[in-house]
Design a protein around this ligand. Structure first.
Ligand SMILES: [Zn+2]
Length: 98
């Protein structure tokens, strides 16, 4: 499954890719072309960064959901048998004496 996001550099407009899992608020990396440091924030002034962040978020969600489906197991919890033995039989047989 595709887990990388296209990022367009603010300065040189070079397009490169990075892993969706890394692209979270506060992440920064250098453009491989012009080596400017790009800061990734969902509230970035840069539309390219914003779009990359949105894409990364969507991919992370899809990855999480696909992982959830594959690791989910049908675990049928065994039912406990709570058998109560009827222990309320008291031998109270009144033989009327004489
Ligand atoms: Zn660049």
């Amino acid at each position: 499954m595709e887990d990388s996001v296209q990022i367009r550099c603010t300065r040189c407009k070079n397009v490169f890719r990075d892993r969706a899992k890394r692209l979270q608020n506060g992440y920064s990396r250098q453009c491989p072309s012009c080596e400017i440091v790009l800061f990734f924030d969902e509230d970035s002034y840069d539309a390219n960064i914003k779009r990359a962040m949105r894409t990364a978020r969507r991919i992370r969600k899809e990855l999480r959901e696909s992982e959830g489906v594959s690791t989910r197991q049908a675990t049928a919890a065994p039912r406990r048998y709570g058998g109560r033995s009827a222990s309320s039989s008291r031998g109270t047989e009144d033989d009327g004496d004489d």
